[in-house]
Design a protein around this ligand. Structure first.
Ligand SMILES: Nc1ncnc2c1ncn2[C@@H]1O[C@H](COP(=O)(O)OP(=O)(O)OP(=O)(O)O)[C@@H](O)[C@H]1O
Ligand SMILES: [Mg+2]
Length: 231
């Protein structure tokens, strides 16, 4: 097995605009080694979320390719891309994207059911995952009954319930106060280690970047590996 989980080559993204187009980046190369935790930093609007969406198969690149576990992520139809995504990639966003009318347990179980797991089995596994993020007792609560940090932990449980090989987190602590954010971050770090994940974390926060093995700075359409995490 290759030691590279994720490889992006010559990646480019151009958005169509009402008048003309916006080229966010082009010819971008990136790789993530197995077990690695990488941070991506950079000014607002530079293209971090755009890049993460391409690396995770949420959006197609205008040019270039992404290989995940040796498999060309965009080779198939949108449905096939979605299937790879559901099996192999966990996403955590700044806004939690939980379904408000469903309980924490139901929210965490959905990726399993989408993958074809029977309801009962999905609930058992989802309950285990909620335990792992310290929310075993909140299984019957709806998102509106949970604090921001708790909702983010539910979202993390949901992102990892399928045992993905890759975790992509876009400012996972951006909406939380520093203390809660740090607790959520420690949880991500702990799960990253215990589950043998490879992870990319987009963050504006240098304190958070310091926890990562590698820190990249995105600037004017390029990615620079910083010699050392910012101090
Ligand atoms: N769907 C879209 N259509 C058109 N332009 C878009 C679209 N999504 C993003 N953009 C533009 O692409 C650029 C990069 O946006 P992106 O969201 O990737 O930035 P970011 O680095 O994640 O910023 P932030 O730190 O504020 O989250 C911005 O100029 C943004 O306005
Ligand atoms: Mg963003």
């Amino acid at each position: 097995m290759s030691d590279r989980v994720l490889v992006a080559e010559g990646l480019g993204k151009t958005y169509p605009l009402p008048k003309g187009e916006l080229r966010v980046f082009e010819g971008l190369d990136f790789e993530l080694k197995r077990g690695e935790l990488a941070a991506i930093m950079g000014a607002s609007g530079v293209g971090k979320t755009t890049l993460l969406n391409l690396l995770g198969g949420l959006d197609r690149p205008t040019e270039g390719r992404v290989t995940l576990d040796g498999e060309d992520l965009f080779a198939g139809t949108d449905r096939e891309v979605a299937s790879i995504r559901n099996r192999k990639i966990g996403f955590v966003f700044q806004v939690y994207h939980l379904l408000p009318e469903f309980t924490a347990l139901e929210n965490v179980s959905f990726p399993l059911m989408i993958g074809g797991a029977p309801r009962k089995k999905a609930f058992i596994r989802a309950a285990e995952m909620l335990q792992e993020v310290g929310l075993g007792d909140k299984a019957p609560s709806r998102p509106g009954q949970l604090s921001g940090g708790e909702q983010q932990r539910v979202a993390i449980a949901r992102s990892l319930v399928n045992n993905p090989s890759l975790l992509l987190a876009d400012e996972p602590t951006g909406n939380l106060d520093w203390k809660t954010g740090e607790r959520v971050l420690r949880l991500v770090l702990d799960l990253h280690e215990r589950k043998g994940l490879s992870s990319i974390l987009v963050t504006h926060n240098e304190k958070i970047a310091r926890y990562c093995h590698k820190v990249y700075m995105m600037e004017a359409g390029t990615m620079k590996l910083l010699a050392a995490p910012p101090s």
